[in-house]
Design a binder for this molecule. Structure first.
Ligand code: EPZ
Length: 441
């Protein structure tokens, strides 16, 4: 028996109800924000996923006391201190969140050490915007073979910075640094994803002064100290969309408790265009969205991934599995990451007909056109999917493999399935709750 392999008996629709909790891409950043407060912070609804474990480990190494509390976490930063580099390096290569420790550690300690980053291999994922912004605040960055050493010999000062692209992480870097820098910071071409707005809400609760203007401009007035926060995070709209696509691809019916319409409007438009049905329950206690396949044939669509309020790059992979079941030619132009279509090879081995192209198949301005990146796909459907042995390539691509295995006729083996734990809490139990026939092989 291998613990990292899932044996999937496909071909049966998924039916039932599951719950999504705090968004992975907010919770991990909210945990870093707790470092900025002088008093304890309380974060509700924290999912048990790998990224949370990594950030918790790093916080504890820096002296933050972390305790569990009714499905959430409490962070006490009273004794923040320097951590041993060897101990920090245990977390090297495991997540991208450590880069966001720069500003908070510089404010608290005057120096920071950041290990090599991890995360999914979906493009080069450089950190040039982060480092350029930090240098403008006054940080001195020393790149060593072990990792990054940062200091701020003259303190951190507000600045004007324009991002070359509305990067989520770099926007968070600027926010987490500017809130306690001296003076005013103006960030242009900022990302405005719902997870970023929720992080701004947290920082505001801590005492920060942040104005979100139109046209991607964020202005931050630095303050000398911040207090702890108490916050219930927005729920995971990436996970919710993944289960919605699983319902569509398996001709099933899944209610995702906790899913919020307001964060998923662009997804819901595409879901409707493809032929999926949904129903929103916005009652305060048990709200959520029911997603189902209403019968009949799904329709092909053309879509381009983009920064918010566009169609999220993380929604693309699960949706493509459903598109293999739609009649006609669907077109997907991925404009956020240059290498986020590699997972389609495995779908082709299962019987899908997906061709990938270097050209931009769409009109959204894109950084990858006429370069050597296969970042557009044409999907011809419907295709009958059959079982295969699959190796999980990355988080979202991996979940799409899992959906394909559930939709396919026959028994598939999905190798490296534990990687899915990085972003999907308890997915084995959720699969069981939805009636999936799957077991650890
Ligand atoms: C966040 O990654 C998410 N991760 C990603 O989700 C998500 O796909 C992405 O935002 C876009 O929404 C987390 O929040 C932990 P970016 P992030 O900086 O912040 C380029 C998932 O599966 N860029 O917005 O790392 C970069 O290469 C993950 O949950 C630079 O060129 O993404 C990319 O092409 C995967 N230089 C684009 O910007 C930089 O310094 C957008 O990246 C920074 C980014």
């Amino acid at each position: 028996m291998m613990d990292d392999v899932l044996k999937v008996y496909g071909g049966a629709p998924l039916h039932g109800e599951i719950t999504v909790r705090g968004a992975k891409n907010l919770v991990s950043k909210a945990m870093v924000a707790a470092l900025l407060g002088d008093t304890p912070s309380r974060l509700a609804d924290v999912p048990k996923i790998r990224d949370v474990e990594v950030v918790r480990g790093l916080l504890e190494l820096h002296g933050v006391k972390v305790t569990e509390d009714a499905g959430g976490l409490v962070f006490d930063p009273a004794n923040v201190g320097t951590a041993e580099i060897d101990e920090i390096n245990v977390h090297a290569g495991s997540s991208r969140i450590p880069i966001l420790f720069c500003g908070p550690l510089l404010h608290r300690l005057g120096h920071a050490f950041i290990p090599d980053l991890g995360g999914c291999h979906i493009g080069d994922r450089p950190i040039d915007f982060h480092l350029a912004a930090l240098r403008q605040f006054g940080a001195v960055v020393d790149k060593t073979p072990q990792g990054l050493h940062l200091t701020a010999p003259n303190g951190l000062h507000g600045t004007k910075f324009e991002l070359p692209y509305p990067s989520v992480g770099a926007t968070e870097q600027v926010l987490l640094t500017a809130v306690r820098a001296e003076g005013v910071t103006e960030l242009r071409n900022a990302a405005v994803e719902p997870e970023i707005v929720d992080l701004i809400c947290i920082l505001q609760k801590m005492g920060a002064i942040i104005k979100v203007h139109t046209d991607r401009v964020i202005e931050i007035e630095g303050v000398t100290s911040l207090r702890g926060y108490s916050h219930r995070p927005i729920t995971d709209r990436l996970e919710a969309a993944s289960w919605a696509c699983a319902a569509l691809a398996t001709k099933g019916d899944i209610t995702v408790k906790g899913a919020r319409q307001v964060d998923m409007m662009t997804f819901l438009n595409v879901f409707t265009s493809v032929g999926g049905a949904f129903e929103v329950d916005d009652s305060p206690t048990k709200g959520g969205i029911r997603f189902w396949h209403p019968g009949g044939e799904l329709r092909a669509v053309a879509l381009e991934t983009d920064v918010h309020p566009g169609f999220m790059t993380d929604w693309q992979q699960p949706l493509v599995v459903a598109l293999t079941q739609a009649r006609g030619l669907s077109i997907v132009h991925e404009t956020v990451y240059e290498r986020r279509l590699g997972y389609t090879d495995a779908l082709n081995t299962m019987g899908a007909t997906i061709q990938v192209y270097r050209d931009c198949l769409g009109g959204t301005p894109c950084r990858f056109g006429r370069r050597n990146f296969k970042h557009s796909a044409v999907i011809a459907g419907p295709s009958k999917l059959h079982a295969a042995d699959l190796v999980i390539p990355d988080l979202r691509g991996g979940f799409s493999h899992l959906i394909a295995a559930l939709a396919a006729e026959g028994t598939s083996h999905v190798f490296g399935v534990n990687l899915i734990n990085r972003g999907y809490e308890d997915f084995d139990s959720k699969l069981a709750a939805l009636g999936a026939h799957a077991e650890r092989a």
